[in-house]
Design a protein around this ligand. Sequence first.
Ligand SMILES: *[C@@H]1O[C@H](CO)[C@@H](O)[C@H](O)[C@H]1NC(C)=O
Ligand SMILES: *[C@@H]1O[C@H](CO)[C@@H](O)[C@H](O)[C@H]1NC(C)=O
Ligand SMILES: *[C@@H]1O[C@H](CO)[C@@H](O)[C@H](O)[C@H]1NC(C)=O
Ligand SMILES: *[C@@H]1O[C@H](CO)[C@@H](O)[C@H](O)[C@H]1NC(C)=O
Ligand SMILES: *[C@@H]1O[C@H](CO)[C@@H](O)[C@H](O)[C@H]1NC(C)=O
Ligand SMILES: *[C@@H]1O[C@H](CO)[C@@H](O)[C@H](O)[C@H]1NC(C)=O
Ligand SMILES: *[C@@H]1O[C@H](CO)[C@@H](O)[C@H](O)[C@H]1NC(C)=O
Ligand SMILES: *[C@@H]1O[C@H](CO)[C@@H](O)[C@H](O)[C@H]1NC(C)=O
Ligand SMILES: *[C@@H]1O[C@H](CO)[C@@H](O)[C@H](O)[C@H]1NC(C)=O
Ligand SMILES: *[C@@H]1O[C@H](CO)[C@@H](O)[C@H](O)[C@H]1NC(C)=O
Length: 826
Amino acid sequence: MVNVYCLAFYFSLLSFLCQQSSTATHILTSSQPLIDGNTIVSQDGTFELGFFSPGDSSNRYVGIWYKKIPIQRVVWVANRNSPLNDSLGVLKIEEDGNLVLNRGKNAVWSSNASKSMEYPVAELLDSGNFVLRDVNDGNSTSYLWESFDYPSDTLLPGMKLGWNLKTGLNRYLSSWKNYDDPSIGYLTYGIINIHGYPDSSMRSVWKEYYRSGPWNGFGYSGQAKYEFLKADFVNNEEEVYYIYKLKDKSVVSIVRLNQTNSDGAIQRITWVEPSRSWVLGKSWPQDFCDTYSICGAYSTCNIDGAPVCNCLKGFKPRSPETWNKTDYSKGCVHATPLNCTKGDEFLKLARVKLADTTNTWVNKSMNLNECRIHCMKNCSCMAYTNYNISGGGSGCVIWSGDLVDIRQFNNTGEYLFIRMPASQKGHSGSKTRVVEIVIVTVVTLGMLLLGLGGCFIWNTKRKSKASKSELKEIVEDKDPIVENEQDQLQLPLFDLVSIKASTNNFSDVNKLGEGGFGIVFKGTLEDGQEIAVKRLSKKSTQGNNEFMNEVILIAKLQHRNLVRLLGCCIQGEEKMLIYEYMPNKSLDFFIFDNTRCAILDWQKRFHIIVGIARGLLYLHQDSRLRIIHRDLKASNVLLDTKLEPKISDFGMAKIFEGDQIEGSTSRVVGTYGYMSPEYAIDGHFSMKSDVYSFGVLVLEIISGRKNRGFYHPDHQLNLLGHAWRHWSEDKAIKLIDKSICECDSYNLHEVLRCIHVGLLCVQQRTEDRPIMSSVLLMLGSENAILHPQRPGFFMERSPLKGNELSSSDLTSYTSNEITVTMAEGR
Ligand SMILES: *[C@@H]1O[C@H](CO)[C@@H](O)[C@H](O)[C@H]1NC(C)=O
Ligand SMILES: *[C@@H]1O[C@H](CO)[C@@H](O)[C@H](O)[C@H]1NC(C)=O
Ligand SMILES: *[C@@H]1O[C@H](CO)[C@@H](O)[C@H](O)[C@H]1NC(C)=O
Ligand SMILES: *[C@@H]1O[C@H](CO)[C@@H](O)[C@H](O)[C@H]1NC(C)=O
Ligand SMILES: *[C@@H]1O[C@H](CO)[C@@H](O)[C@H](O)[C@H]1NC(C)=O
Ligand SMILES: *[C@@H]1O[C@H](CO)[C@@H](O)[C@H](O)[C@H]1NC(C)=O
Ligand SMILES: *[C@@H]1O[C@H](CO)[C@@H](O)[C@H](O)[C@H]1NC(C)=O
Ligand SMILES: *[C@@H]1O[C@H](CO)[C@@H](O)[C@H](O)[C@H]1NC(C)=O
Ligand SMILES: *[C@@H]1O[C@H](CO)[C@@H](O)[C@H](O)[C@H]1NC(C)=O
Ligand SMILES: *[C@@H]1O[C@H](CO)[C@@H](O)[C@H](O)[C@H]1NC(C)=O
């Protein structure tokens, strides 16, 4: 007993002394080794390195943990496979510049980075990286060795997961055996298929458990909401890696590979200060469908489906008996075998997690069409798609071998084009009262030739097979979006009688408004569903093209922030579009009204801004159908019951093909005040002209003032000029709508960031304006963003003499809120 007490006293004295001597050191030098009981602490006090015993074990290891967090979580272990059984370990830098852990004369662990250095130091950085470098080397970021290159089971922010292709170094996580034992377990998580389409995979030597799906430019293909590791992805000649990032540096959140008895998970764990605990956030795999290849080859897993696994269209179960017993592992096979010599086609799958990328080949510069041709030429190519869907879609990936681990998502995911024997694809089975969008497209093309006569063909469904398939070719060439059945949009045709009944015979009481080429009525269908009916005015022949444009466009588009088309109605001269009804009217109804503006507090406005941005991003960057809206304005943003914004009115929208980025027109349509200079003056439109309109809209939402018709007693500037002036004078806060300021719960940083982004969007030069994906990033990030240049059209009421506004046409605009159409003869 006495001995124990003595020992205890001795130890506490020792540890006191040690603490005294170890404070404030973050480095280890060759003359200052680290003994058990001492620690080193990163300069900002976040991380600590020293000896520890995990769980109930008495073994000693050298590790790194968060110093300030009372519940220790070790994020890195040095000697994980060679524990010490007592406290006699010493961590030191040897003569040859190596970092070693010795017990007596025996080296237990070594960094193996030998290179003679004059003044070697090992330093624990604020990031948690433990690095070995030479003080004499002027470059303080040139490390001989770093712990970040040899992760344990934990990914810290700033850490790379992946390969240095030059040195062959692969950084991957490997699990602890168990809570008490940090030695290498059976699970790893890292990047695979680096010479094809890189993917990340959680696996053991005998089994693959989960893959995140390849990085598609926006996120991981296998993640419905891209909410997996927040990371950046780099893939070039030298390196392929993810780098884990956290937006907010003050948050302590790590990613850990957790091995359990039967399987494991990649888990995000966050330290929550108020409850002083580590909280388990998301964990992957998330559900049944995340299980690797659970449905076998050529089938998709749909978590909401019954059954969950389904063969792709044109495929059948390889083993119907076991398939019927819900054993899907044997997968599916082509219902008709492929015969490459006869020529094949491609089935388009939409909203999927891309198949296992083990047998893939990538060309980053081909476009989708070249990709298709490349795949078609090689009989072993089973599928293709874009390499990077960000920025409109680019690059080419082709798959050979069986396609496994495809997952079906509801409303996100990617396209995958799958090789099919020519006879498999068909457009049979069009139902009565249901019009396939293909026909709509056919009719539009027909209309160009036949004028309005085309409508009658559509209406009476007189379609000759020959001409249909001929036109189908054209449609497919132009626009591969119309392919398989899931994706074949079927648009209900309403009949005139029921529409008349639903709107009280188009009574004035039901009138909701008047916009682009027609009057909009509210209707209530027999089953009680409320609808908005846009009735194309009979006189306006001009509106017919816009009408068809809108039908085709909207029918293909589905996004939370776009208004949904329920159907259409064509009878005789009547042409109508039936939309979901938006009880909360449009954005202008709120933001420009002195009392109603109070309903939209900052949080709601920010939500609306982000929603509009998302809708626009969807229009711009959906890789197969790039759409320029051309008439984005407050009155074209509708609000649903939850004040979720929905972009509407596609009457002016234009489709761009694959690589097209700019178009021009002699018919400038749009709304003054929202039109970018290059569009209003020269008729050039592009995604960037929509971005300009978006910027105007953002500034309007924040200020509660219209750009067009803005008046300020002190100067001649319009809202943009006014905003820019305040911004440059650091007084942007003055711009904010009083009704936002009165409610004190708003986040000033967020508002200022939005103003900043708005100003970036309205810059004079198109190339200075950001694309919508960057806009969304900037709206959500704390990071510094570029400084805006002067906006285009920042003087409005008295046209400049300079070259910004050389067009006298502009003064000929009259009313402010109506959509103008201007025939231009320059
Ligand atoms: C610890 O391990 C060393 C050799 O690695 C051995 O010589 C020693 O007896 C062990 N000590 C205890 C207490 O088990
Ligand atoms: C260092 O090299 C030795 C011998 O080659 C090897 O056994 C040991 O695992 C290496 N240590 C590390 C940390 O890689
Ligand atoms: C310092 O070294 C790092 C890593 O080797 C390198 O990326 C960086 O360019 C170097 N900086 C200078 C100033 O040489
Ligand atoms: C591993 O995951 C399980 C279940 O998800 C959890 O209960 C456990 O605490 C985790 N282990 C560690 C060390 O975090
Ligand atoms: C599998 O089930 C389907 C429908 O339940 C049935 O039509 C088919 O005959 C079954 N096939 C076999 C091989 O049992
Ligand atoms: C493929 O099609 C060609 C031409 O029709 C035919 O001669 C050949 O036998 C077919 N091959 C297979 C394996 O069906
Ligand atoms: C990728 O495709 C482009 C365009 O077709 C071609 O010029 C280039 O050689 C291809 N690169 C490789 C590695 O095949
Ligand atoms: C066809 O694709 C396979 C797999 O990618 C490849 O090994 C083969 O060389 C290709 N054949 C030709 C003729 O390009
Ligand atoms: C994907 O494309 C975007 C836009 O062109 C580009 O910024 C990004 O770097 C690309 N990502 C990869 C991984 O190539
Ligand atoms: C997918 O859609 C179905 C039906 O619309 C819905 O019940 C389900 O919750 C959705 N699933 C997800 C993951 O969003």
